[in-house]
Design a protein around this ligand. Structure first.
Ligand code: PEP
Ligand code: MG
Length: 819
């Protein structure tokens, strides 16, 4: 607390007006060396904005935050006016406590002052005393240690941190009380064992809560929840404490390219940033299997009806998007296709074949082929040309009917922009970035594994573009803008030139960021965020260090198991982990145990078919059931841990039982090997793990939040779902609130929290996560230099303001708009 001496107190003063009194207090502050004279005007200015009268004849004039540079050193001076001076609204002031505060150091004085305010007789004595030490003693008295007042018994409560630098001094305390007063419920604030009435500014001041202080707000009554929500929002907005409202983040500079002319474009969701120019190549990933023998005619007819509906829905979608993009005339053809699906003559012919024991697929294929051949042989060329439409519709229905098998991804021998329905993780993992300039898929979302791998390969990518994209033909040149999520067709020469220039600028910006990639991400106020990498292959460890990573925050070990004929042996895994440890040369390596299931399937280890694979036997659930997969991996990890700093992390932990079971198996293996213990952590990617984070935090060494899964499970949107995946956005406030909850639980137990989902590598995401208190961000290699550079431009306080603001918003797009 700041000191107050008797020379800071002027007794027996007189003042005709309030202005005189404030000037006298200001003059004393000048004489005591606390402020430059100009600050007195600021004190008068503040008084015009807000009355600084407290109660019992005491006022606390102070200047405006934007004039804090006129404060030479934080301090307080007191003018005693025994005869009183008329203040405002009929109040008479006897004690003027002038405040010059650079930050929160005066809170102790305010807290002591509120003791005086609670005691009118004490205030009266100070107004008339002729001993300055009485005033000094009253204002510097320490609150009795451990003074605990009773809180509410059946209250709802929330615990949160005030913004940095926005402690509960006069103005924020008043703002808090004013919000609380709007509700019927009783509101209490608990800080450091002391309890205050949340509706009384003077009582709040008594707590002396500094900026960043953690308070618990209790509310009891019918509108308690609404009051808590309103107070949370008010705190997030800075409680009227101007400095934080004026300290905005510099705008995020995420450059976008815009074509000069209106081009034919497809819009999807940005999955991997960057811009590429090249020929478009359409990959048709399915071959059709048509079996002649059918099930019962009734069942086969139902298959046909379902397939016709599916084809109709796809055509409706395509019609919509082509109509919007290119107009009614271009879209009309898809209406014609829909009409073909309802051709009764054709459907009767198919049904006849089904009734003789053939499958719907076989019957459909036969009849369509006959009709196509008939049309082609007609003399009328225009009708003959329409055979192609019938063929297209036929294939569409057949795909829905026949069951499709995956075909090998074979690319031309020149670099292309690849357009596909979707790619499997192993197809994407095999992509050669020198042959694939960009990737655009009809399905998928930003958290699907296609997107994750594209980011790690630094290939501009768009996902969730919709089925219309598959109607495209190969083309000589197009432009893919991964950052904007757009594919542009038929660019003009001018557009090609400007896109090329933009690519060049982007490259230069990357070069600049790359130059500082080895420097840590230290914010302007000295706060450091650890930036580590997500990898899936042994060779990527060295590349991660080269990219500026300070370790590996997530090794997705399943990628060592994909793209092979059989599982890697214990020795092969040991060799791979050891290669990474050596490449990291002392930097930490977090090895996540196998996370098979969901969209990651092993070709040689078929899993039972499940209706909801993401909710099924996946991650740790699979490993606990399949010791043949789990034990060799754990043995390999513990053997490798003797070569360098390794931590173990379990995926898909939903319950404490999962964690205990996994630890038990791991500990047995460790003892068998005779290895030293290593840090053990869990992925927080299931909402139940967040809700139980307080319990987990007591036992684990660390948390790493998997926002990709946490988002899909929180929003109940499958990250692979064709229609929903594009909305699986980890910056949704629902997810941010869960992250906030996780960090709070971990902090209470002194455990650290990282994030290894896609949001960590997103420039806005990295800032918000830092503001929420996440201390380690793990991301794909190409994001590292850019995220480090971005974090270095800001302060922890600013990221906290941003994060608190984001927590109060209602939609992911509102959060994204903060950029
Ligand atoms: C996540 O869920 O965010 C995560 C990092 O794990 P994965 O994407 O491999 O499921
Ligand atoms: Mg996950």
């Amino acid at each position: 607390m700041i000191s107050l001496a008797s020379q800071n107190v002027r007794l027996n003063a007189t003042a005709k007006t309030k202005e005189d009194a404030i000037r006298a207090a200001g003059q004393l502050l000048v004489e005591c060396g606390h402020i430059a004279p100009g600050y007195i005007d600021s004190m008068l200015g503040r008084e015009q904005q807000a009355n600084t009268y407290l109660s019992h004849g005491i006022a606390i004039p102070h200047g405006m935050p934007q004039h804090r540079d006129l404060i030479q050193k934080t301090g307080v001076c007191v003018i005693q006016i025994p005869a009183g001076v008329s203040w405002q609204n009929g109040e008479t002031v006897h004690l003027i406590v002038g405040i010059a505060a650079k930050s929160d150091e005066h809170l102790g004085i305010l807290a002591a002052l509120t003791d005086v305010l609670d005691d009118p007789a004490a205030a009266g004595r100070l107004a008339n005393t002729d001993n300055p030490e009485d005033i000094v003693a009253a204002l510097t008295r320490q609150a009795p240690k451990g003074a605990i007042t009773q809180g509410l018994v059946n209250a709802r409560e929330i615990t949160l941190n005030l913004l940095e630098g926005a402690g509960l001094h006069a103005r924020p305390a008043l703002a808090f009380a004013e919000v609380a007063q709007q509700y019927h419920c009783a509101v209490r604030v608990v800080y450091n064992g002391k309890v205050a009435n949340g509706k009384a500014m003077a009582s709040l001041l008594k707590l002396g809560v500094p900026g960043n202080g953690s308070i618990t707000i209790q509310a009891e009554g019918s509108d308690a929840d609404a009051a808590l929500q309103a107070l949370r929002s008010a705190i997030a907005a800075g409680l009227d404490d101007e400095p934080h409202q004026t300290e905005d983040l510099a705008p995020l500079t995420i450059p976008h390219w815009k074509p000069a002319t209106e081009l034919q474009s497809f819009t999807g969701v940005s999955a991997s940033p960057g811009l590429a120019i090249g020929p478009l190549h359409l990959f048709q990933p399915t071959t059709l299997r048509v079996i002649q023998k059918g099930d019962t005619p009734k069942a086969e007819i139902q298959f046909l009806i379902n397939a016709l509906h599916e084809a109709d829905a796809q055509l409706e979608d395509i019609h919509e998007s082509v109509n919007t993009r290119s107009g009614k005339n271009q879209a009309a053809i898809f209406r014609a296709h829909q009409a073909l699906l309802k051709d009764e003559e054709l459907l009767d012919a198919v049904e006849q074949h089904i009734h003789t024991g053939n499958s719907a697929a076989w019957s459909w294929q036969l009849i369509i082929q006959q009709r196509v051949d008939e049309m082609k042989s007609l003399a009328d060329e225009r009708i003959a040309a329409r055979a192609v439409d019938l063929h297209d519709v036929g294939q569409r229905v057949l795909r829905a009917l026949a069951g499709a098998t995956h075909a090998e991804l074979i690319l031309p021998d020149h670099p292309v922009i690849l357009v596909a329905d979707d790619l499997t993780p192993s197809d994407t993992a095999r992509l050669d970035p020198t042959r694939v300039l960009g990737l655009c898929t009809a399905l998928g979302g930003p958290t699907s594994h296609t997107a994750i791998i594209a980011r790690s390969l630094d290939i501009p990518a768009i996902v969730g573009t919709g089925p219309a994209i598959l109607e495209l033909k190969n083309q000589a040149v197009c432009i893919i803008d991964g950052s904007a999520g757009q594919l542009h067709l038929h660019p003009t020469t001018a557009d090609l030139e400007s896109a090329e220039a933009f690519r060049h600028d982007l490259h230069s910006q990357r070069e600049t960021e790359n130059q500082t990639r080895y420097q840590p991400a230290i914010l302007t106020d000295g706060h450091r965020v650890e930036i580590v990498a997500n990898i899936g292959k042994a060779a990527e460890a060295a590349a991660a260090v080269e990219a500026g990573a300070e370790g590996i925050g997530l090794l997705r070990t399943e990628f060592l198991f994909l793209d092979r004929e059989s599982a890697p042996t214990e020795d092969e895994q040991y060799a791979a982990y050891t290669e990474m440890i050596r490449a990291l040369n002392g930097l930490p390596l977090i090895i996540r145990t196998l996370d098979i299931g969901g969209d990651k399937v092993l070709p040689y280890h078929p899993l039972a078919k499940e209706d909801n694979p993401f909710l099924g036997v996946r991650g740790i659930r699979l490993c606990l059931r399949e010791p043949d997969l789990f034990l060799p991996q754990l043995r390999a990890i513990y053997r490798a841990s003797q070569n360098g700093p390794v931590k173990i992390m379990f995926p898909m932990i939903a319950t404490l039982e999962d964690w205990h079971a996994a630890c038990e198996v791991a500990e047995k293996v460790r003892l068998e090997i005779g290895a030293d213990p290593v840090d053990m952590g869990i992925m927080i990617e299931v909402p139940s793990a967040v809700l139980m984070a307080a319990e987990f935090a007591k036992e684990v060494d660390f948390f790493s939040i998997g926002t990709n899964d946490l988002t899909q499970y929180t929003l109940a949107m499958d990250r692979m779902h064709p229609a929903l995946a594009k909305n699986v956005d980890g910056l949704h406030p629902a997810v941010l609130r869960l992250i906030d909850q996780t960090v709070r639980a971990a902090t209470k137990e002194n455990k650290w929290v990282g994030v290894c989902g896609g949001v960590a590598g997103d420039p806005l995401g990295a800032l918000i996560l830092t503001g929420l208190g996440v201390t380690e961000l793990s991301m794909s290699l190409p994001s590292i230099a850019a995220v480090k550079a971005r974090l270095r431009t800001t302060s922890k306080a600013k990221t906290q303001s941003l994060a608190q603001k984001a927590l109060t918003l209602s939609t992911a797009s509102e959060v994204r708009a903060l950029a």
